[in-house]
Design a protein around this ligand. Structure first.
Ligand code: SAM
Ligand code: SF4
Length: 334
């Protein structure tokens, strides 16, 4: 069995340190967000999805190789039966420094305290509007109030900092930018505005809904002085700001207009057991087949190393380009 070596550091071919694995624990979800799913989205057969035991093994191997940060995502990770047990096991892995989860927040009221007790450090919660009717239009479910209670439950349970992820779409929820940013003036939450990415659809079609972080920033500047927060080593893709005197933060994530590929530190494991070197590429490496055919830990390490060596310097997805992704977000977990 592989154990964590505190001195191991993974580097990709461009000498970027890779220490972060995002793990999709299910492709299923109780919402149907319009930027993530289409009416054609179908769940994969259960037998094609990694079991919790298999996820734990792959995560253990990754942590032994030098991964220090794990994020569980989906689909909706809190819909996966046994998620608390998985968190409890993963949180005990030696060498792991940060264990986070991205959720739509609909099940947090019931689960926030148990998640904390199981060893989860923090959550990112998706919220694209403060308006109940619009929430229903964007997600297919009338659950805004439940999510808002879930956000408060997460903060009360100590799953901090609570980060709120907002995908901004022109003509859908862009009029909500200021209302959502206002949450950072009222609460110690980090409100992160994410550029809409054309996943699984024609980028030229999607372009009409795109709003750049530059445009979002100039609207926020009109609300008050935005003070930049200096970047720290373990910061993710967000450029961080604070309004003067505000308890919370603002983050801007420009996946399309301001590539952060040069700082990329991550690999992804899909729910159906494939390693993905990049979110915005269809490249993937099958690990579920070798795993089920009896691969040793050393074999699995070699597969991680192979995926790592295929990380590109920069993604090629452009609204005006001919690169089109087959992959849908719900299959990779963001
Ligand atoms: N169900 C969980 C949730 O909604 O937070 C986790 C999975 S979801 C796929 C992960 C993240 O991807 C969410 O923050 C969601 O807003 C984001 N996302 C989904 N589709 C997107 C798109 N087309 N462009 C940008 N972000 C997207
Ligand atoms: Fe479900 Fe999250 Fe996709 Fe919304 S963004 S449909 S909550 S997986």
């Amino acid at each position: 069995m592989t154990t964590a070596d505190p001195h191991r550091q993974l580097l990709d071919s461009f000498q970027r340190p890779i220490n972060y694995l995002r793990v999709s624990v299910t492709d299923r979800c109780n919402l149907r967000c319009r930027y993530c799913m289409t009416s054609q989205t179908r769940w994969m057969p259960k037998g094609q999805i990694l079991t919790l035991e298999e996820i734990h093994r792959l995560v253990r191997v990754a942590v032994a190789m030098g991964i220090t940060k794990i994020r569980l995502t989906g689909g909706e990770p809190l819909c996966r039966k046994g998620i608390l047990q998985l968190i409890a096991r993963v949180s005990r892995l030696k060498g792991l420094e940060d264990l986070a989860l991205t959720t739509n927040g609909t099940l947090l009221v019931q689960k926030a305290r148990q998640l904390k007790q199981a060893g989860l450090h923090r959550v990112n919660i998706s919220l694209d509007t403060t308006d109940a009717a619009e929430y229903l239009r964007m997600t297919g479910m009338d659950l805004l109030n439940v999510v808002w209670q879930g956000i408060q439950a997460a903060a009360a349970a100590g799953l901090e900092p609570v980060k709120i992820n907002t995908v901004v779409m022109r003509g859908c929820n862009d009029h909500q930018i200021e209302l959502l940013a206002d949450l950072a003036l009222q609460h110690p939450y980090h409100i992160r505005f994410i550029e809409y990415m054309p996943m699984g659809i024609d980028p030229r079609e999607a372009q009409k809904h795109f709003i750049s972080v530059a445009e979002i920033e100039s609207r926020l500047q009109r609300m008050g002085r935005l003070i930049p927060i200096a970047r720290r080593d373990r910061d993710g893709p967000a450029t961080r700001y604070r309004f003067e005197g505000a308890p919370g933060e603002i983050g801007l994530i420009g996946s399309m207009s301001k590539h952060f590929c040069s700082r990329c530190n991550r690999l992804r494991l899909t729910a159906d057991g494939h390693l993905r070197p990049c979110l915005l590429s269809d490249d993937q490496f099958d690990v579920i087949t070798p795993l089920r055919q009896g691969a040793s830990d050393a074999d699995l390490e070699a597969l991680f190393a192979q995926a790592l060596s295929h990380k590109r310097q920069e993604h090629r997805l452009r609204f005006d380009g001919d690169c089109r992704l087959r992959t849908k977000m719900v299959n990779i977990g963001g």
